[in-house]
Ligand binder design. Structure first.
Ligand SMILES: [Fe+2]
Ligand SMILES: [Fe+2]
Length: 162
């Protein structure tokens, strides 16, 4: 993963357009092979997830972006998150994964936190605090979840599916 220092943008409530904001951070996020779970299907979805997160961050960084465009990018990401969690959860159910409920509650926690950020982005725009929290959730949480929970699931599925 690569985090690059740059500038965030602030949504101007009067115009609904973004203006550069001094002193904030932007970042790039990229899937790397150390995040491989052993399930090619899950890995392919993680790659797509990272792409959509990256496109959300790019939207944050654009100088002039309409509120509707930000909302659309956020929605584009949350739909894929739901689809991806659904794939993992279906496998956990199908193969009676013993850590299913703990894994599910991590997914639910993400959905809840991301839902709150979505509402704040819609209402407040990309203010630095919201941008920082989005960054932390979409990078720190996701990477930790993949490294521990999804890798454990991937190993389990590899055993079950061979
Ligand atoms: Fe997961
Ligand atoms: Fe995952």
């Amino acid at each position: 993963m690569q985090l690059l220092a740059n500038q965030y943008v602030l949504l101007c409530p009067a115009t609904g357009l973004h203006v550069p904001l001094e002193g904030a951070l932007s970042m790039k996020i990229q899937w790397t092979p150390d995040l491989a779970t052993g399930s090619s299907e899950i890995d392919a979805q993680h790659v797509e997830l990272f792409k959509r997160i990256d496109s959300l961050f790019s939207t944050f960084d654009q100088g002039v972006v309409k509120r509707s465009e930000i909302d659309r990018t956020v929605q584009f990401l949350s739909e894929y998150v739901a689809q991806h969690f659904g794939t993992e959860e279906a496998y956990m159910t199908k193969y009676a994964y013993s850590s299913r409920s703990a894994h599910l509650s991590q997914h639910q926690q993400f959905i809840k936190s991301f839902g709150k950020l979505k509402d704040r982005i819609h209402k407040e725009g990309i203010v630095p605090e919201v941008a920082q929290e989005t960054k932390e959730l979409c990078t720190d949480w996701l990477v930790t979840h993949i490294k521990f929970s999804d890798k454990a699931l991937g190993m389990f599925l590899k055993m079950k599916m061979r």
